[in-house]
Design a protein around this ligand. Structure first.
Ligand SMILES: [Zn+2]
Length: 115
């Protein structure tokens, strides 16, 4: 995947103006200091795969989309997010590098990056 796309892809998260905590949101109070001073900022959409699973029997709202993949990703920005994962390779494993390639239903969509 071209490096340009890695730099272009960003994810909107909440930044606590009081203590600096990053949170994927949505929420109205900082989970660490309980401040309401949360601002939305964009962080780079590159990270490392922690885990993933395949949803074969989706909830009603997403029934037409199944099966699809859900992943937990540790962003390079030091923040953990739950996201969609596109077409994981048979050999994908925790620790794989992934990149945000867009959003679906306001959820980031990640794709495995070829090593
Ligand atoms: Zn805070």
């Amino acid at each position: 995947m071209p490096k340009r796309e890695i730099e272009d892809c960003q994810i909107n998260v909440l930044h606590c103006e009081n203590c600096g905590t990053l949170d994927p949101g949505p929420r109205s109070l900082c989970p660490k200091c309980h401040s309401a001073e949360l601002a939305e900022i964009a962080v780079p959409g590159a990270g490392t795969l922690l885990s993933w699973t395949t949803i074969r029997r989706p909830p009603t709202a997403f029934r037409e989309e199944g099966p699809y993949h859900i992943a937990v990703v540790d962003l390079d920005a030091k923040l953990r997010v739950t996201a969609r994962l596109t077409a994981p390779s048979p050999g994908i494993a925790p620790g794989a590098r992934v990149l945000c390639v867009g959003t679906r239903n306001d959820v980031p969509v990640f794709q495995e990056i070829d090593a």
